[in-house]
Design a protein around this ligand. Sequence first.
Ligand code: CMC
Length: 425
Amino acid sequence: MASEKSKIIVDNKEIDLPLIRGTMGLPAIDIRTLNQKGMYTFDPGYLSTASCSSAITYVDGENGELLYRGYPIEQLSEKCDFLDVSYLLFNGELPTDIEKQNYRKSINGHTLIHDQLNSVYRGFRRDSHPMAVMIGVVASMSAFYTDKMDMNNPDHRKLSAMRLLAKLPTIGSWSYTYSLGLPSVYPQNDLGYAGNFLNMMFSSPNKKYQNNPILTRALEKILILHADHEQNASTSTVRLVGSSGANPYACIASGIASLWGPAHGGANEATLKMLAEIGNEDRIGEYIKRAKDKDDDFRLMGFGHRIYRNKDPRAEIMKITCHEVLNELNLSNEPLFRLALTLEKIALEDKYFIEKKLYPNVDFYSGIVMRALGIPNSMFTAVFAIARTAGWVSHWNEMLSDKENKIGRPRQVYTGLAKRNIKPF
Ligand code: CMC
């Protein structure tokens, strides 16, 4: 990072602060020394605050660009599979052929979960949300994988990351089969990451699941597109929890908990709920009208984005995949999917949505694709969590390797009562 100066004036006093620039993106004022000058900054929600420096992912909202380790998401989703991308995020480079073989071998060596973790599942009610079960099971890995837990040792960190990446599809799919009262299906390493997940979701001892390459590739793309998105709420949560030296399983369980919130990972589930509520194409006009009405809280779920103001590059990729999957399964004329496609068309042509730059986001399309694959709504965020584990472990590892890493400890502006004394009783 090149360093320049910036100046702020507080109470007529000039304070020089370094201006730092990354390789790309906006400059940042380095305010670390402000507390020594008796002041600090106020930024709820971190709208103007970079909480760390990171070399993993770059998001340019204005130009609709997303890069993992410098590679555009369009190229990665076309040329790579999810394991290549998880390797890239963690290690900084795509694997060579030999690295690829070794990496896959190591991942495959960790896809099973400790047999006794079965009893952790049994402690949950069958109707528990899969995300609730995943949080519990991932957190309890802390009690099962207690070897090699020196977080200052890069090899130990690598092993923990590998265990998490390898086991998450098993843990996620078992959360679903448990909710149905079906036996858990063991991983089949020869099926690949996405294929193995679909097999564990949909096969059973008396019924084989027939993998379809178009559908498996569609899931692989969903995983790649959701693998990382720099310092979002769940990634920042993982970093904050990890900054105290907490173990990796506790960190990732906290990331899953943060992701579960409807303002974060829940939008694809909300899109499908909205489509069910609209019910049929005749009612689209009514809902579009509500979405435009300032006095109505209703928003079109799966439309708009906080950062991508012109285009969401992930949505453009998922849109193509969505149409491929619906065609492959002959679903374009099924009422739910026809409704989704009509809503997409109407909103894309509507003046209000065009002027406000509100177009379908990645979750609009990924929700439809997952529904077409037969994945139930309650598992949408679980799939997101499996994908984002690749980003979480990479950020956690980057943070612990960073010499400037400090325990996260934000300050506050105190607005309570001033100091007072208890009156004599
Ligand atoms: N439907 C109707 N109007 C909308 C919508 C929508 N989905 N989104 C924004 N607007 C309007 C909003 O009312 C505002 O109007 P006005 O200028 O008249 O006040 C204008 O567009 C700008 O919106 P904003 O509230 O400033 O946008 P924001 O950055 O605060 O919100 C958002 C972004 C994603 C939260 C919002 O667009 C939204 O609630 N979308 C629906 C939920 C959704 O799909 N979320 C998933 C986002 S992608 C997931 C990810 O990347 O992790």
